[in-house]
Write a protein that binds this ligand. Structure first.
Ligand code: COA
Length: 538
């Protein structure tokens, strides 16, 4: 018994190659040529086979590692007989970049520019393969290594790169054609240097050993050929039809391939599809648009001027931030809105009785400070409302302070200054502070800190009218109280209708954090506290 360390073989010059799959674990019994790991460059994925049969003692790499030639992959315990197997029998991986197709020594030196016919190299099968994509057009200038066409066998798609930089003079294939190794693809006008050999030239190398099989490519040979990069495009677990290079880009950009629509032939995903998806997502996140992305159909642009006079008004910064926040909150928070009416007949009698004193103090006593006080008590009574969802998606943050934001309409847009420790303040203090905050907001003097740290918000449209609305939760808060215009309504007292001053309340909440029963309790408490403000003393 001997321990053999199996290392990364010659990768044809590629270094820092990603490990995308580890196929074995300690204790596994492996055969010669059984895949140990799958590596991926930006052009190809390759399986590294075991050079011996034996039992895996330890695995030296993890998925996501970046490794180079010579890096240890596994320790293998091998039988004595196995040790005799010459390592040279084990084929070396060859993954050559397209540029590796150097001209054969026997080829004549080139003129300054020369025409070169590019042909299909040995793709490892004698059968015709499908041309699934033409990546260039006549007249295009290509660089060495740029993909000219993409072929597809039943197991893999293969990009055929330009063997040299130049201009595409003609193309001899069309999408949908079936072609075999040796068929002409295009004629290039190669400028400035000796033309590289036609891509069919390196076929002689097919006799070279070809161990690391391109993943999902049936024949072993193509990896040894200098030109094609082999992409596994067979559908994998995520159902996406994409090659390794596209998968790598998607991983780097954090894109879930199953969410991207393939724009290539037969729905094959291309790098452009990934980039377009990311661009759209970023645009959505930064613009505040609720259109496009996330599968939401975009609202088409309309030329309104066709229908009459229009004026284009630039949105203020606050309007843009508000738009963004509203979209974000509307799309992220599953809202429920509950409605009720609070009887504020007694409250209004009391408030009006305090008007003279309010004037003396220089404050305006509206229903708002009463609502602040009642909401603070309700948040203490029903602490499920005084929480935030933690951004890790695993926790709820419970708060032991009661800060309440008030929505203030200002000429620049909607602002929500926060009144701190509302539960510890009296009515006069709350009236003064809400008056001052509203003024500060309208004067454009709020500091960022004035608008942070809220636990709950109140949006009062009572001065404007309306019988109810559905306010949008100001996340990361989990609830908001909308207040509409109080009005005298008939209220049945058991014997007859009484004219009562009823205040419509609309409570929107985040149903991820708050259940309907909590909301029912909160609203019932609130309505009774507003209905009899002596309860706030309890
Ligand atoms: N029903 C009937 N009357 C009401 C009322 C209600 N729900 N709420 C306030 N009023 C009355 C007030 O008592 C006052 O009348 P009065 O002077 O006779 O006492 C009058 O309406 C004006 O009140 P206002 O100056 O607006 O003070 P407020 O304390 O009620 O509100 C703000 C202060 C800052 C909330 C308010 O000015 C504001 O900006 N509201 C808009 C909020 C908003 O845009 N929300 C939308 C979010 S999407």
């Amino acid at each position: 018994m001997t321990i053999q360390v199996i290392t990364v073989p010659d990768l044809g010059g590629a270094d820092a190659v990603d490990v995308i799959e580890v196929c074995v674990a300690p204790g596994d019994v492996v055969e010669v040529e059984q895949s140990l790991v799958v590596l991926e460059t930006d052009k190809a994925s390759m399986e590294i086979p075991s050079t011996h049969a034996g039992t895996i003692v330890s695995v030296k790499v993890n998925e996501g590692d970046s490794i180079s030639e010579g890096s240890a992959l596994v320790e293998l315990e091998i039988e004595a007989a196995e040790q005799a197997a010459p390592a040279a029998d084990i084929p070396e991986p060859v993954v050559e970049a397209p540029s590796a197709a150097a001209p054969a020594a026997s080829e004549p030196a080139a003129a300054a520019s020369a025409e070169q016919t590019v042909t299909v190299p040995d793709v490892g099968t004698d059968e015709d393969v499908d041309v699934i994509e033409i990546c260039v057009a006549v007249g295009d200038t290509v660089s060495e290594g740029d993909s000219l066409i993409v072929l597809e066998t039943d197991k893999a798609s293969i990009e055929i790169p330009a063997p040299a930089g130049g201009k595409v003079l003609s193309l001899s294939v069309n999408e949908g054609d079936k072609i075999a190794s040796g068929a002409a693809i295009a004629v290039l006008l190669v400028e400035g240097s000796a033309p590289a050999p036609e891509s069919s030239a390196p076929v002689a190398q097919a006799e070279a050993p070809a161990a690391p099989q391109p993943k999902a490519a049936a024949p072993a040979a193509p990896a040894a050929i200098a030109t094609p990069s082999n992409e596994s495009t067979a559908e994998s677990d995520d159902g996406a039809y994409a090659g390794p290079a596209v998968r790598k880009l998607a991983r780097q950009m954090g894109v879930d391939l199953s969410k991207v629509k393939g724009g290539g032939p037969r729905g094959r995903l291309t790098k452009d599809d990934i980039r377009a998806y990311v661009t759209k997502a970023v645009d959505l996140a930064t613009s505040g648009k609720v259109t496009g992305g996330s599968g939401i159909p975009a609202i088409p642009a309309v030329d309104f001027a066709k229908f009459g006079d229009v004026e284009l008004v630039k949105m203020t910064k606050i309007q843009k931030i508000t738009a963004n926040n509203m979209s974000r909150n509307w799309l992220n928070v599953p809202h429920v809105t509950q409605f009720d009416d609070a009887d504020i007949t007694e409250l209004e009698t009391f408030r009006k009785g305090m008007k003279a004193e309010a004037e003396k103090r220089g404050v305006k006593l509206t229903p708002l400070p009463f609502l602040l006080k009642a909401c603070a008590a309700a948040l203490r009574y029903e602490p499920a409302f005084n929480v935030s969802m933690h951004s890790d998606g695993e926790h709820i943050v419970k708060k032991d302070y009661v800060n309440i934001g008030i929505a203030v309409a200002t000429p620049a847009g909607l602002m929500v200054p926060v009144i701190r420790d509302v539960d510890k303040k009296g009515l006069w203090e709350l009236a003064e502070e809400s008056n001052a905050m509203a003024k500060k907001a309208r004067d454009g003097k709020l500091m960022p800190m004035d608008m942070q740290g809220g636990c709950f918000s109140i949006s009062s449209l009572g001065a404007m009218g309306g019988t109810g609305f559905t306010p949008i939760v100001n996340a990361p808060e989990v609830a908001i109280l909308g207040v509409s215009k109080a009005d005298i309504k008939p209220k049945w007292d058991g014997q007859e209708f009484q004219p009562r001053n009823m205040l419509p309340l609309c409570l929107s909440y985040d149903h991820r954090a708050i259940n309907g029963a909590d909301a029912g309790n909160f609203m019932t408490f609130l309505v009774s506290a507003i209905g009899d403000i002596r309860r706030l003393l309890l």
